[in-house]
Each structure stands twice: as C-alpha cells, then as structure tokens.
Write a protein that binds this ligand. Structure first.
Ligand code: GLP
Length: 265
C-alpha cells in the first residue's frame, strides 16, 4: 500500500513532499528526477529550493526528465510544459537549463520521440524518483482513461475533460492542443519511487479511485497500486473521499518527526 500523508493544507503537504524528495536526492550524488507540470507541484519546487539551501544539498548533478509535453507548441511558447518547467523548476532551483529533458514534439520527431526519450532516460540510469500530479479524470502524465497500464512514451490524445481543465492557460479553449507526447504508465512504473501530490476538492474522486479503487485503465492513477514504493501527499480536501483514513498519516495529528524521510542537518 502507498504511504499516504494527509496534511492540513497544501502548503504543509508541499513542504513535506519537498523533504521526502530531498532526503532521496541527498542519498545519491547523481540523481535522476522525473518532474511534473500543472499547478500542483509549483509550491513544492519552491520548497525544494529553499530546503536544499537550508540543508546544504547540492542539486548541480541532478538530471531531470519531464513527464509530458503538448504537441503543436514550440518549446519557447510560454504555454508549453518546457517553458513552464524552465520557469517553475529550473530557474527556481538555480539549475542549468540543460539539466532538464523534455520529449521532442516537432512534427519531424513525432514518430521517434517516444523511443528517443525512453533511451535518454535509460542512458541516465532510469528515473530515481518520479513526481506526479493527477488529473480530475484520474490521468497521470497525459495517460488518459483507457491508456494501457503497460504503455510506453508515445503520442497520446487529450481527453475533453483535460482540455477543459487546461483551457485556463490558453486564450481560447480551441487553442488547447489535442495531443501530447507523454511517458507511458509502464514507463512511470519503472521509476524507483513515485511521489504523487494532489490538492483541492477537484481531485477528491480521482484520489479515492487511484488509492482505494480497483486497478484499472479507467483510472490511470490507480496504476500506482502496482508500484512497490509510492508516497502520496494530500490536503484535507483531496483526501475527503478516502475510506481507510485509519491507515494513513495525518500530518497535523501524527508525530511526523520520526518518519524516515524527514531532513535533519
Ligand atoms: C496536466 C499534466 C499532468 C498534471 C495534471 C494535473 O495536464 N499532464 O502531468 O499532473 O494535468 O494538473 P494540475 O496540477 O494543474 O491540477
């Protein structure tokens, strides 16, 4: 079962997730981190930067791989995941832009992009820790409901619900791309450790389905149940529909200090 931490707020959950991630980074000098876009991890990336500075953890040897990228946007387009990660992750952590790898989405690369991306992940020694968000429809990366649980990095089609959810970043809802290149569910499951973050009432049913529902391609997030090492950070709202709360850690009432991944100087 996943280790599930339910914090009183998204701020507390983000800071705890940053500690869990840095605890791993500190233990391995050349660390490969899988990074997610969306609003959810943005505050956690800021916490990673400040805690790394506070605890003197060097991030200069970090290698980062994005989960996914829209097809049809230039990498320099501010709406692309490449730009978002340069802004919210690379700059915030003071990394070299070359430390971040994003799937190629130019038309001429599409047929080989997935295979090439998987090769670069393998050449980096595999992903040590993959950060994940979850879509309101249960997607992880851009693996929409119906995606094979064995899928690899490939071109995927975005669900209508996802295009509606992501329309806030585009002037017109029709501008939201129809396709992405996304790590597959099988690819994601090969990361050594998965760290999933979800906040707010909009994620409540996707989280209940992913953590406590059946493992099914109807909820791609439920694939985390197949992984031997998963840590989930939630706020109270996103955790609201979970039934087995007795098995989870309430960050506001438990003694969190003794957890193995808390940072100590
Ligand atoms: C996006 C991305 C996912 C992300 C999810 C949730 O479209 N493809 O990787 O985790 O949807 O986004 P948010 O964190 O903004 O809710």
């Amino acid at each position: 079962m996943a280790e599930v931490v339910i914090a009183e707020s998204r701020e507390v959950a983000s800071a705890l997730a940053a500690e869990a991630i840095l605890h791993q980074i500190r233990s391995k000098p050349k660390f490969t981190l899988g990074v997610a876009t969306g609003d959810t991890p943005v505050a956690m990336y800021r916490d990673l930067a400040s805690l790394a500075e506070e605890f003197g953890i060097d991030l200069q040897n970090l290698n980062a791989f994005a989960l996914d990228e829209y097809v049809g946007l230039e990498p320099t387009d501010p709406r692309s995941f490449s730009s978002a990660l340069q802004e919210n992750f690379v700059k915030v952590l003071g990394l070299d832009p070359a430390q971040l790898h994003v799937p190629q989405v130019a038309a001429c690369n599409l047929s080989t992009s997935g295979r090439d991306f998987e090769r670069s992940i393998a050449a980096a020694g595999g992903i040590d820790l993959q950060i994940l968000g979850i879509g309101s429809n249960g997607h992880i990366g851009f693996n929409e409901p119906g995606s094979s649980l064995a899928s690899r990095t490939r071109v995927t089609m975005l669900a209508d619900t996802t295009r509606r959810d992501n329309a806030v970043f585009f002037a017109e809802s029709e501008d939201v791309p129809q396709h992405s290149v996304s790590q597959g569910i099988g690819t994601i499951l090969e990361a050594r450790h998965l760290v999933l973050l979800a906040f707010g009432v909009k994620k409540e049913s996707a989280i209940a389905a992913a953590i406590e529902g059946p493992v099914t391609s109807a909820c791609p997030g439920s694939a985390i149940q197949l992984h031997p090492w998963v840590t989930v950070f939630l706020d109270r709202e996103s955790a609201n529909s979970l039934q087995e709360k007795d098995y989870y850690l309430g960050a506001w009432e438990n003694k969190m200090e003794s957890l193995s991944w808390r940072l100590s100087p």
